[in-house]
Design a protein around this ligand. Structure first.
Ligand SMILES: Cc1cc2nc3c(=O)[nH]c(=O)nc-3n(C[C@H](O)[C@H](O)[C@H](O)COP(=O)(O)OP(=O)(O)OC[C@H]3O[C@@H](n4cnc5c(N)ncnc54)[C@H](O)[C@@H]3O)c2cc1C
Length: 464
């Protein structure tokens, strides 16, 4: 809710206040603090985790020293073009360019200044990526990334008030936010004043009603993100007269292991694996992107599919903690023949064999299949064959507050609200209006780059 600024009663005030302690909020806090501002972070959970901890923690960035060490040539321009192509040009080019420009410096800043132990992911290209540019922590987990960010915040003495759910903003008639009210688990409320506010409380994946209204196609799918992300940034922004865009946009994922809930890395499909349904039939172009594949999978019988691949395709993703966990729970089925594999999966053996033969025929053809996928040149699967049962899920919403390249929240006419900033899942993403524009890794890309930009800009705005 938005309350009149003159009703705000608070005992303390900070120059920069951040709501949400995920990747966006923590990078914003680090940047604001480095810019010399005192900063306070409000976080609803007792232990800050966010969708960031649930993620694989991979961040695309261009022109980094990690890429250069492996001889990979990349530029912000190439990254921007890749993002733009994936979104079919239906997003804000200025933000795409700003994020792409900021990506390399942000990853290096997090590594060199704040101790995030990045390594480049090798062995396969993510959908839409022209070159290897995914940076991840040693076990490729969001828990490691979040832990490193929290440790960095601790080293800078940044105060995080946990178990503090922001409920209301106090704002003047011109939209200037004067204070934020938050509640504690025992129901008591407190208010803190601020000179600038960064909304880093992600999207609305945790609010089913909002999802049903804004994105009905994915509202009933599993939500793999953080349940506490209930669209508060959008709700406050709307009430303050901020512009919203791409509210039907989201990041889905078309291979969440059943019943484990972990995403299966797309590398097994990109390198020549494929998906079949319960009839043993393929049903789509699996490599357009993992986001748009979510609705394809939940449209299949039982809302499930199986990733079919082999050990050569599995090799590059061994060591990813998500995958290792599924393996340790025996969620990866392996068999010496497709017939045996089909029996394990309880799908028709003859049809699976026929599907595999059809794919093999495509591998020696240069033309794409009827869904537009080109298998040309990829080696046939070899025994032992591998399979994992998957479903489609919502990872996070991509619509949100319209911002400028300084992460200032804008009104519909393009003028900025006086002291309000947003990034990560709280702001409009780079994906365009729907599910097909999600560029692999752009969730954490916008969380970290826009978080850093927002924090620095909020520090500059204090007292303005
Ligand atoms: C399974 C999975 C895998 C993923 N893998 C990747 C990946 O490898 N690469 C990638 O780029 N993206 C990935 N994503 C997406 C990525 O996790 C998100 O885009 C990113 O974490 C968003 O960061 P954020 O800081 O905006 O939000 P979050 O990390 O969700 O942080 C928001 C914080 O705000 C808090 N909050 C919410 N409302 C309030 C309130 N009213 N008051 C106080 N606090 C509040 C929440 O508790 C939360 O801690 C994945 C997502 C999932 C679910």
């Amino acid at each position: 809710m938005i309350l009149p600024a003159d009703q705000a009663r608070f005992e303390y005030s900070v120059p920069v206040l951040v709501i949400g302690a995920g990747a966006c909020g923590l990078t914003a806090a680090l940047a604001a603090r480095e810019a010399g501002a005192e900063v306070l972070v409000l976080e609803r959970d007792a232990k800050p985790t966010g969708s960031t901890s649930l993620s694989t923690g991979l961040i695309p960035a261009a022109g980094t020293r990690f890429q250069k060490a492996l001889g990979i040539e990349d530029t912000p321009e190439l990254l921007a073009e890749d993002i733009w192509r994936k979104a079919k040009g239906e997003t804000d080019r200025a933000i795409v360019d700003a994020v792409a420009r900021a990506s390399g410096p942000t990853v290096e800043w997090l590594a060199d200044r704040h101790g995030v132990a990045f390594k480049l992911v090798e062995g396969f290209l993510y959908p839409g990526h022209s070159v290897l540019r995914m940076h991840g922590t040693p076990h490729r987990t969001g828990v490691e990334l979040q832990g490193a960010l929290l440790a960095a915040a601790g080293r800078l003495g940044i105060d995080i008030v946990a178990s503090a759910t922001a409920t209301d903003l106090y704002a003047a008639g011109d939209g200037r936010v004067a204070a934020v009210r938050f509640t504690r688990p025992d129901g008591t409320a407190e208010t803190v004043g601020c000179e600038a506010l960064v909304l880093a409380c992600c999207g609305f994946g945790g609010d089913k009603d909002m999802l049903r209204h804004e994105i009905p196609e994915i509202a009933d799918a599993e939500f793999s993100g953080h349940a506490g992300n209930q669209g508060d940034a959008v709700k406050w922004g709307r009430a303050l007269g901020a512009a919203l865009a791409d509210m039907g946009s989201y990041q889905g994922h078309g291979a969440v292991a059943v019943p484990y809930g972990n995403p299966v890395n797309w590398g097994v499909l990109v390198n020549g694996g494929y998906q079949v349904n319960a009839r043993g039939e393929r049903f789509s172009n699996e490599v357009r992107g993992y986001s748009e594949q979510a609705v394809e999978v939940i449209a299949q019988p039982g809302r499930v599919a199986w990733n079919i691949y082999d050990e050569a395709r599995e090799r590059p993703i061994l060591g990813f903690a998500d995958y290792e966990e599924i393996r340790s729970l025996e969620g990866i089925r392996k068999a010496g023949s497709l017939r045996e594999l089909a029996a394990m999966l309880a799908i028709p053996a003859e049809r699976l064999e026929r599907t595999n033969a059809e794919v093999d025929a495509l591998r020696s053809r240069s033309a794409p299949d009827r869904w537009g996928r080109n298998f040309a040149g990829s080696a046939p699967l070899a025994p032992p064959f591998c399979a994992v049962k998957v479903t489609g899920a919502l990872f996070h919403t991509q619509g949100g507050l319209v911002i400028d390249t300084s992460a200032r929240v804008l009104r519909p006419g393009g003028t900025p609200l006086p002291n309000l900033f947003a990034g990560g899942g709280a702001a409009r993403g780079l994906s365009g209006p729907s599910n097909w524009g999600y560029f692999s890794g752009s969730g954490l890309l916008t969380a970290t780059t826009l978080g850093r930009i927002a924090g620095a800009a909020a520090a500059r705005a204090q007292g303005a």
